[in-house]
Design a protein. Structure first.
Length: 443
């Protein structure tokens, strides 16, 4: 019987995954069903994906959802993270493997035993970051360990950016993924390990001094801010021996400089409510400055940052009109309108791993770099790098080439090795350089 792949969620980040699944469904290789709440819009956007069965669904419509899962072999969820659990419970009940790009949360962690008893694979964090970062890092980590090396420093950087040739806005940024996550990035601060010391940064500290890292001659250096919790992956990566373990998000330097002032001006505040009826971007900004008594602080802002703020908040025709909202929610609406990808724009994914390790009394440095550019504002690099790892893993599952069961992230060689090989066929490949940096190390 022909295998059946079921995808829940067909938003922007699913575009390249859907094209990939459409290619699998061609020539009767497998059946593909895609279920989403706004299918009429999605079908117009993907009108040439003729091998797929598109279904409009209310995810809370239990019988319909359950029957779809029951009739599938592999389920992929690109729904909002809070809705994965509904799908996950059905997958456990009907013994179906589940793939998603989202993080493992407490709810699904508590179902670990039930997943094992169902004898299926629940593979989370299988997108870009998290996802490709795990797989590409583990390939190098395992290789070094197999040679007998000891990894002393690991730093992983990743960012979704606008391609330089389309970088025509003062923020040097355009939205390619969940805008809410962009607005609230860093709210919880960050924790990481550096030179043997555990370091914690507050939200206010996070953007105040964004370090830079050199990428290549074309891009030069990019700024980065530290991810929320790097420490949680030390054990997963088998890097308890390392003195430095850091995961970060990349941005063009001017973005970090401007966002530091967004934070200082409390424009990501998620407590105080504003009545947005007939509220323009200009009026909101002025009211906010008065509400938090920030007028004097604004005068100290460098002129280049004022240009960024003017770009966002000077539009007197940009109406919010969405009931009672916090500053963070209003900022999200403004950013979505002002920093969207325009027709024909291309985005860019940059990922960089840096390793320092000791082997045979010598010290080495490895730099592993990935750069992917999108085709246009729909077939983005973000969509490609988030979606293809999921599609490829689904393909490997229906071909019975992955036997792993239980709740996992893609740090196992059985997963990362074939997925990375097939990603190369999609022009997602890392460039790696290695150099000796010190000799006669005393271990």
């Amino acid at each position: 019987m022909m295998k059946h792949i079921l995808l829940f969620g067909a938003g922007k980040s699913a575009t390249e995954l859907i094209y990939y699944l459409n290619s699998l469904a061609n020539n009767n290789y497998c059946r593909v069903t895609i279920a989403d709440a706004q299918m009429s819009f999605i079908k117009n956007r993907l009108s040439n994906c003729v091998n797929i069965n598109f279904l409009e669904i209310d995810i809370f419509q239990g019988d319909f959802r359950k029957n779809l899962i029951k009739e599938s072999d592999v389920v992929i969820s690109l729904m909002p993270p809070n809705l994965h659990y509904i799908i996950a419970l059905d997958c456990i009940n009907y013994k179906k493997s589940l793939l998603t790009a989202s993080y493992i949360d407490l709810q699904i962690q508590q179902k670990k035993l039930a997943i094992e008893e169902a004898d299926v694979l629940f593979l989370y964090e299988t997108g870009l970051d998290p996802g490709i970062d795990h797989m590409s890092a583990m390939e190098i980590i395992d290789t070094i360990h197999e040679q007998g090396g000891v990894i002393k420093s690991f730093q992983s950087h990743c960012g979704g950016l606008v391609a330089p040739e389309f970088n025509n806005k003062p923020w040097n940024y355009k939205i390619t993924w969940n805008p809410r996550n962009i607005i609230l990035a860093g709210k919880a601060g960050a924790i990481f390990k550096q030179h043997g010391e555990i370091i914690q940064l507050s939200y206010e500290q996070l953007f105040s001094e964004c370090p830079q890292v050199f990428i290549n001659k074309e891009l030069g250096s990019l700024s980065y801010y530290y991810n929320r919790d790097s420490l949680q992956y030390i054990k997963a990566y088998g890097l308890e021996e390392t003195d430095t373990f850091i995961r970060t998000t990349l941005r063009f330097p001017s973005f970090c400089e401007g966002w530091n002032w967004i934070v200082q001006l409390q424009l990501t505040d998620d407590n105080h409510l504003y009545n947005t009826e007939n509220l323009t971007a200009v009026r909101f900004f002025n009211e906010h400055m008065q509400q938090f008594e920030l007028e004097q602080k604004y005068q100290s802002i460098p002129e280049v940052i004022k240009l960024q703020l003017t770009f966002l908040f000077s539009d007197d025709n940009l109406l919010i009109n969405n009931g009672l909202l916090t500053a963070a929610s209003i900022l999200q609406i403004i950013v979505e309108k002002k920093l969207q990808l325009n027709k024909g724009d291309k985005d860019m994914i940059v990922m960089l791993h840096e390793f320092e390790y000791e082997l045979n009394h010598e010290r080495y440095y490895i730099k592993s770099n990935l750069i992917v550019k999108g085709e246009d504002e729909l077939r983005t690099a973000m969509s490609k790098t988030v979606g293809l790892p999921l599609g490829i893993t689904a393909k490997l599952l229906i071909e019975d080439k992955i036997q792993l069961k239980g709740l996992h992230i893609p740090t196992h060689k059985e997963i990362y090795k074939p997925v990375l090989e097939l990603l190369k066929e999609e022009n997602i490949r890392f460039e790696e350089t290695k150099m000796k940096i010190q000799t006669n190390v005393e271990l």
